[in-house]
Design a protein around this ligand. Sequence first.
Ligand SMILES: NC(=O)c1ccc[n+]([C@@H]2O[C@H](COP(=O)([O-])OP(=O)(O)OC[C@H]3O[C@@H](n4cnc5c(N)ncnc54)[C@H](O)[C@@H]3O)[C@@H](O)[C@H]2O)c1
Length: 271
Amino acid sequence: MIKVAITGASGRMGSKIIKAILEQEDMDIVAAIEAPNTPFVGEDAGEVIGAGTMGVEITPATELNTVLEKTKPDILVDFTIANAAVETIKTSADCGVNLVVGTTGFSDAQLSLINKVIEENNVKAVIAPNMAVGVNVFFKILKDLAPILEDYNIEIIEAHHRHKQDAPSGTAVKAYEIMAMELGRENCGVYGREGQVGARTHDEIGMHAVRGGDIVGDHTVLFAGDGERLEIIHRANSRQAFVNGVIKAIRYIPTAPSGKISDMGDVLGLK
Ligand SMILES: NC(=O)c1ccc[n+]([C@@H]2O[C@H](COP(=O)([O-])OP(=O)(O)OC[C@H]3O[C@@H](n4cnc5c(N)ncnc54)[C@H](O)[C@@H]3O)[C@@H](O)[C@H]2O)c1
């Protein structure tokens, strides 16, 4: 049985991940953690997410260390917010707990700190800004296409629901990084355009974030040339796409390399 702890237990993603884990025969939720200021602390996690009583109380993040020591999970799954996730990752890695992290919006400094604690504590980790299988195939297509279409202008357009905290999305940033690396370009991201910005340079990759309603997550990469354009589009219809990827990432952890961050390309064998 794979023992799983989850932070952000009552969140949009966390609640769905708990429900999915409850349906797996080889997985068990041993701890459900939330921000200390949420009204659900102390309540049964299953009752909070509408899955019936599951016998696991929602613990405040201030007691993360204690709950991990007590319940000894194999893996902690984090879908929260970048600043909170960094602290959670440090504590979990310190306790020798492996990680599956879907939280987005980490700064470069936070990412290098995360790398450091995972390496120092020799734990296993899957960290990916988008766990959907289709999106990771989309990343692979972009990697292959960018060098073929190097003369084309590249623009990334993403759209998400009105509650999303970070912009551009972690998925858009990853798409940018993949293509910039393939094309040997550095710092070529141009975020939105306003005013007298002048003509577009060939090397820039435009990034545009749309926010509204309940859009789960759309990503378009536009390759615009003279007389034609090619668009590669991924649309998430429901969060279930991400949840399915999380379940695959949890199952991958036992075979993952220690002390190193794996991504969904590793999980799905796309490399
Ligand atoms: N990787 C992916 O596939 C993927 C998919 C969807 C969302 N996301 C990312 O996951 C994150 C969460 O998204 P969401 O839509 O579920 O957000 P949400 O706001 O619905 O849920 C986040 C939850 O985290 C809780 N939280 C905050 N601080 C905490 C702490 N210190 N300890 C424990 N819980 C804490 C909040 O109370 C909230 O319930 C975001 O960064 C989002 O961009 C990633």
